[in-house]
Design a protein. Sequence first.
Length: 175
Amino acid sequence: MVNRRRFFRYAAGSAFTAAGFHWLTGRSATARDPLEGVDLDQFCLKYPYNSRCEDVLPGVPATAPEGDAYSLSALLERNEAGARVPAAGLDNLTYLVINEGPELAPYGISAKCTHLGCTVDWNPEENAFVCPCHGSRFDENGQVVDGPAADPLARVTVTTNQDQIGLVNAPPGKY
C-alpha cells in the first residue's frame, strides 16, 4: 500500500517534470498538431500524396508572361512534346518543359544566362536557347553548346496540383 508521503513525492515530481518540460521546450505535454511550425511547401514537396497536401501548391503559381496563371490541362492541350513554354512567377523567367505524352516535366529551365545574367530566348527551329547579349547557346536541356557561358542554365522544381502549376526556386530532386 502506498503511503501519503510517497504519493505526494510522486505527484510533486510529476508536476515539476511537466513544468520543466514546458519551460525547456515552450510546449505543454498535451497533444498538438505534429506539423505545427513545419514549412508546408517543403513538406508537400517531399510528401505530395499526404492528405494535408490535397489543396497545397508548393511554390508560386506559374503564369504566362502576360500574368494569367497556367492551367495544366490547357498547357498540355496547346503544346506538343519538346515544347519549351515561358513561365513567370520566380525572379527570372522559367521555361516549362513538355515531355512525350504529353506531360509536364518535374523541372523547368531558368532563362537567366550563366554568363552575365541576360534572359535567353527559346528558338524552336534550332531546338536551342540563345542569349541575345553575347551569343551563348544552350541545347534543349540547358547544357552549354557554345560560349562564352561556361555553366549550364539552372533548373528549378515544377510542381502540379489540381490542374495548377507551381514553381519552386530550388533544384529538382532536392526534396
